[in-house]
Design a protein around this ligand. Sequence first.
Ligand SMILES: NC(=O)c1ccc[n+]([C@@H]2O[C@H](COP(=O)([O-])OP(=O)(O)OC[C@H]3O[C@@H](n4cnc5c(N)ncnc54)[C@H](OP(=O)(O)O)[C@@H]3O)[C@@H](O)[C@H]2O)c1
Length: 396
Amino acid sequence: MAEVIVVTTNTGYPRKCCPALIGSESREAFLDTERVPGNATDRPQVATDCHCSATTCQCHWEDLEQPAQIEKMESDTKAGPVRVLVTGGSGMLGKAIEHVVMNEGLKREGEEWIFLSSKDADLRDLGQTKAVFKKHHPTHVIHLAAKVGGLYEHMRDNLLFLSDNLRINDNVLQTAHDTGVTKVVSCLSSCIFPDKITYPIDETMIHNGLPHDSNFGYSHAKRLIDIQNRGYFEQYGHRYTSVIPTNVFGPHDNFNIDKAHVMSALIGKTYKAKMEGTPVTVCGTGAARRLFTLSWDVGRLIVWVLREYDEIQPIILSVGEEDEISIKDAVEMIAEALDFKGEIKYDTSLSDGQLRKTTSIAKLRRYRPDFTFTPVKEGIKMTCDWFVANYNSARI
Ligand SMILES: NC(=O)c1ccc[n+]([C@@H]2O[C@H](COP(=O)([O-])OP(=O)(O)OC[C@H]3O[C@@H](n4cnc5c(N)ncnc54)[C@H](OP(=O)(O)O)[C@@H]3O)[C@@H](O)[C@H]2O)c1
């Protein structure tokens, strides 16, 4: 049995290593809180005794006590002033984070939060990215900025979605590294999972096959964030991680019928039909089922990830299977919220898309068994009220 010794890495974070592997590039050389491929669970674990060959280690794994990780995150924040830079801060998720941080007491004393839009810096440009980091000196980054679009925009411009997002992500992560940012939480999306996949989908499946053809550019750029995070960890010990929201909706969403996601498109359509006294026409039969999560819930969870989630591998942030609803259910809830009394038609000549896209939130539940999601009906009512009150300034 090889002795396991403790070394200190350039993160100042003690790690257990097999002597045989010290200095090697092997990921298996590091036997601390990271989930090493092949270990039994997704929980952070620690290796207690290892049998090592020149290239691999067989270890006995024990669950790591959660407080040890949290202590580490708190010690980060005790080290000095905390400045959290939120890229994409003017978008739906950025506004949700701003809401929960500023209005729900999630902002801690001494913390500064900076919410950026593309007007502050075009993050496709490295010079502008460096300048905005130099201006704000962030210690932490929540990276939401992305070129996002509707289905047809993606199909028309896959190459642009690939190149813009590759540049944005590389500039942000590289500049975060260059300027000593302690933690970056980037946003992936459930649409980047392989097209041919088994259900329920979980975090380990991102790279298991090609994404759907319609958005291959956006998907590959997003998938590479996970690869970059792994690289920054292996090479520099950085704790840069990512989250995977599913169908998010809420205030400040894009309600433009051609560009919007399904929930905001249905809200925009139904309100327009009410104003014009026409029927509302829904694409497909309404039978497809989806997991809709309110942006404020995702915002609350992203703040938790920033403070306490210590893995490099992504985590799915979504309501669970028990909250899955059909498009028809969603349309009826929207009609009730907007007091739409007109006819609802279903254009069954149009595709429903995939009937289900169930994702597993087992990992989230292991960390946050207590987290309560806003009931979808309540979230829809709140979003419809916001949309009506802000109709003149909303993205329509
Ligand atoms: N909405 C969803 O259902 C969903 C689901 C899964 C994942 N996500 C991910 O969550 C993140 C946020 O999504 P969202 O729905 O909040 O998007 P959104 O409302 O469209 O906001 C996009 C944000 O990115 C900024 N941005 C775009 N191009 C930029 C550039 N070149 N330089 C700097 N900033 C730029 C925008 O700034 P301006 O306002 O100035 O244009 C805006 O703040 C994205 O990474 C997205 O992929 C969203």
